[in-house]
Write a protein that binds this ligand. Structure first.
Ligand code: 13P
Length: 248
């Protein structure tokens, strides 16, 4: 069976005090359940200290495509490894739209993550305009092809894909389980045309306004293998309930 994984994306939220309280609440509640939190860079050391030895993993929300050098403000894959990261999100729609990350740059970041032994969580998804124009599949295919073209389909055996429709992120508008399942099945089917084994084993998360109240029906879909959780990952009870729903 393929692995289910819920990951929290804290985005640019948190403080030492708030994080300590959140981690102290989720760690015992999720004992034995594999889940992850992707936190702002300055808090990686705090999260590493709090979660080391538990069933929870941690990671970052971005990384540089460069290995090292004069790149002011950037953070490398090796630095993330220094803090025990397992995962790193690449190509989140906020990075694509607000910071101009192209498909090509996202693919380079994905490669940099894998070269260091980190597991990239590759985000794909369409905007509202694109959905309404009927090009959801083309957009998701283009985003996947950029990575497959540069890293090869076999690389997906060591990656997680997150389908995050942009119109569902932070809006309270979740894709219906059927809408999400349809795109997840498309993603798996597309990859299966290249490598059936990789497609079958690939963890595909859904992200976009996932909450405790809608997690179970999303996670029950055959091609939804967990979630990438924004706002609800900052609320201990919500995050714990979502992780438990996925683990069932
Ligand atoms: P929300 O769960 O806040 O909608 O955010 C989803 C997301 O962008 C996770 O990466």
């Amino acid at each position: 069976m393929r692995k289910k994984l819920v990951a929290g994306n804290w985005k640019m939220h948190g403080s030492l005090a708030d994080n300590a309280a959140l981690l102290a609440a989720i760690k015992p509640a999720l004992a034995g359940i594999e889940a992850a939190v992707c936190v702002p860079f300055p808090y990686l050391a705090q999260v590493q200290a709090a979660l080391a030895g538990s069933s929870l993993s941690w990671g970052a929300q971005n990384l540089s495509e460069q290995a090292k050098g004069a790149f002011t403000g950037e953070v490398s894959s090796a630095m993330l490894l220094d803090f025990g990261c397992t995962y790193v999100i690449v190509g989140h729609s906020e990075r694509r739209s607000l910071y101009g990350e192209s498909d090509e740059l996202v693919a380079k970041k994905y490669l940099a993550a894998q070269a260091a032994g980190l597991t990239p969580i590759l985000c794909v998804g369409e905007s509202l305009d694109e959905r309404e124009s009927g090009v959801t599949e083309q957009v998701v295919a283009r985003q996947l092809d950029a990575v497959i073209g540069m890293a090869g389909v076999a690389s997906l055996a060591k990656a997680v894909v997150a389908y995050e429709p942009v119109w569902a992120i932070g809006t309270g508008k979740t894709a219906s389980p059927e809408q999400a399942q349809a795109v997840h099945a498309f993603i798996r089917g597309k990859i299966a045309t290249l490598d059936a084994g990789v497609a079958e084993g690939l963890t595909i998360q859904y992200g976009g306004s996932v909450k405790a109240a809608n997690a179970a029906e999303l996670m029950a879909q055959p091609d939804i293998d967990g979630g990438l959780i924004g706002g609800a990952s900052l609320i201990a009870d919500e995050f714990v309930a979502i992780c438990r729903a996925a683990a069932q």
